[in-house]
Design a binder for this molecule. Structure first.
Ligand SMILES: [Zn+2]
Length: 164
């Protein structure tokens, strides 16, 4: 193989780079997920529990983010609770709603002022860890992402809290 052929090989490999997803008739595309977080989004949505087609792209090139993940789920409508969970993992995510093979709506995820029943308080002395109380967290700031427990009033970094 000479140098010219090697160059061609590299070019054809680059042509394979575009991200092609399986077309779906109805569902949702969750775009602008931080890189390597696609699986977390799929897990919190329980997307693998049914028989819907689920497509994920990891470490895709993004002008906005450098690298990003994308998740596409067939026959999926997101509840308010699911939107809260996505906001915790991917606060800059955008959603494309697909109906009849077309994108009918584009939405930006908004970080809500309050997260109810989706986050566990890391404070071992918090009442929510000992009593059957639904957790409640207030958004203190988005950048950095900080939350305050409604009950013990402690403030946590997003990385410190886990999803229920
Ligand atoms: Zn607490």
């Amino acid at each position: 193989m000479n140098a010219g052929e090697a160059g061609e090989d590299e070019a054809s490999r680059k042509e394979l780079r575009p991200y092609k997803v399986y077309a779906i008739e109805e569902g949702v595309v969750i775009d602008h997920i931080p890189p390597k977080k696609a699986c977390d989004v799929i897990n919190v949505l329980g997307a693998l529990e049914g028989d819907s087609i689920v497509t994920l792209g990891v470490n895709l090139d993004s002008k906005q983010m450098g690298k990003k993940d994308v998740v596409k789920i067939e026959r999926k409508e997101l509840s308010w609770e699911e939107l809260m969970k996505i906001a915790l993992i991917a606060p800059d995510a955008s959603l494309n709603i697909i109906k009849g093979h077309k994108v009918v709506d584009k939405l930006k995820i908004k970080v809500p002022a309050m997260f109810e029943k989706v986050v566990r308080c890391p404070n071992p002395n918090c009442i929510t860890r000992h009593e059957p109380v639904d957790t409640k967290f207030h958004t203190v700031s988005e950048r950095p992402f900080r939350l305050r427990c409604h009950f013990c009033e402690r403030v946590f970094e997003r990385e410190e809290v886990s999803l229920i």
